[in-house]
Design a protein around this ligand. Sequence first.
Ligand SMILES: [Zn+2]
Length: 140
Amino acid sequence: MIKYNLKCENKHEFESWFSESKEFDRLKNKNLIECIFCHSKKVEKSIMAPSVTSSKLHNKQKQISNLEIKNFKKDLLKLRKFVEKNFEFVERNFANKVREVYYDKNSKKNIYGNATTEEKEELKEEGIDLVNIPWVDKDN
Ligand SMILES: [Zn+2]
């Protein structure tokens, strides 16, 4: 058995077991591998992060990057709060709502919600560009 870290086109990462390394390719060719989160069939093997050694140098690098991530996350939280305060959340039919707002010249509404990759592509073809925002959890 061999374990792979897999990653879909929407950057979901998950692990999966295969009987041998060739099995991944075999199943992928048959479209039998899909993301456990969004069921996308565009799944690739993702490079596994090298395990962290205990050398001083590595520890130092690890601390810096953790701090950077924390700061980055703070900014993302600010962004999230801004969006939540100024935008209206659309839970269902986000793509349709986007169209409503886009084609209604009088509407100055800002909305946010979830769209599938397909919907985003469709909207893009209509000239509506969406902005992807990394959504971070408020706690932890
Ligand atoms: Zn996915």
